[in-house]
Design a protein around this ligand. Structure first.
Ligand SMILES: Nc1ncnc2c1ncn2[C@@H]1O[C@H](COP(=O)(O)OP(=O)(O)OP(=O)(O)O)[C@@H](O)[C@H]1O
Ligand SMILES: [Mg+2]
Length: 267
């Protein structure tokens, strides 16, 4: 079971689109995947086809110590599993104020889930994908401390793309003291418009900056990707032949290949 966080404190760069569609892509490749929504906006929840206002239980219950992950997992219409989020998650840092180790709540919950998978009490997921909010707050820190499969950073190739990156890198570096497995798994270019000169320049700059950490797959700006959430579907279910769907399938392949390479390296 690999735990991967999708994070970038910049808003609207395609985190949720990547979380939902990478999950669907991995699922389509026969992987067992759990998508955890860790954003009070609940966009990954609704994008995966769950009604965020009618969740029987959510990640907020886990964060408040009232439930384990196993108790809040729901099946999505697409066939992968989801732990949903909604407005109940907002203000959680205030609710947790004064308690100890609040940064490790999700890490502990994930450790329990792994134990339960060992005992066959829950599906032994290949991947757990966590969609983060556009912030470096307590929730995002919880996600980063829960990962062992690294952080995937979606980046839009625009002028300000690299701004704020220092904060993100610094946060990751600091948190490595608490989670030695924390690392950047890869950077994925999103909302890409190949006809745009600036986008190409920024893309080249990202390659210089991140080198091998760049995914080869580039997610194009694709209207089907923007439409799919309104239908409560990953783009693979909404229009499997679209450029957006194909791109996320390719990204899923790259992520699986990374895992395979890691296993080979360990042997
Ligand atoms: N490749 C794409 N092509 C077209 N539209 C896209 C693409 N990726 C994302 N979008 C649209 O752009 C908007 C922002 O995307 P998304 O919600 O995935 O970003 P986010 O980083 O999760 O945002 P937030 O920071 O608010 O959580 C959404 O309306 C989404 O449908
Ligand atoms: Mg989002």
């Amino acid at each position: 079971m690999e735990i991967i966080a999708i994070a970038n404190q910049k808003g609207g760069v395609g985190k949720t689109t990547t979380a939902v569609n990478l999950t669907a892509g991995l699922h389509a490749e026969g992987q067992r995947v759990l998508l955890i929504d860790l954003d009070p906006q609940g966009n990954a929840t609704s994008g995966a086809g769950l009604e965020k206002r009618e969740l029987p239980a959510s990640i907020a219950d886990v964060m408040l110590g009232e439930a384990g992950l196993i108790e809040v997992i729901q099946a999505s219409p697409s066939g992968f599993d989801v732990v949903g989020a909604n407005g109940d998650l907002s203000g959680i840092d205030i609710a947790l104020m004064g308690q100890v180790d609040t940064h490790l709540i999700l890490a502990n919950a994930v450790a329990t889930l792994k134990d339960q998978a060992q005992k066959d009490e829950v599906k032994n997921y290949d991947y757990v994908i966590i969609d983060c909010a556009p912030s470096l707050n307590l929730l995002t820190i919880n996600a980063m401390l829960a990962t062992d499969g690294g952080v995937i950073i979606p980046m839009q190739c625009e002028y300000y793309a690299l701004e704020g990156l220092a904060d993100l890198s610094q946060t990751i570096e600091r948190l490595q003291e608490l989670n030695e497995e924390l690392h950047i798994r890869g950077v994925v270019r999103t909302l890409f418009d190949a006809r745009n000169t600036l986008a190409n320049d920024v893309s080249a700059e990202l390659e210089t900056h991140f080198g091998k950490l760049m995914y080869h797959t580039i997610i194009p700006r694709n209207v089907r990707l923007a439409e799919a959430p309104a239908h409560g579907m990953p783009v693979l279910d909404y229009e499997s032949t679209s450029k957006g769907a194909q791109a996320y399938r390719k990204l899923a392949d790259e992520v699986i290949e990374q895992s395979r390479q890691l296993t080979l390296d360990l042997e």
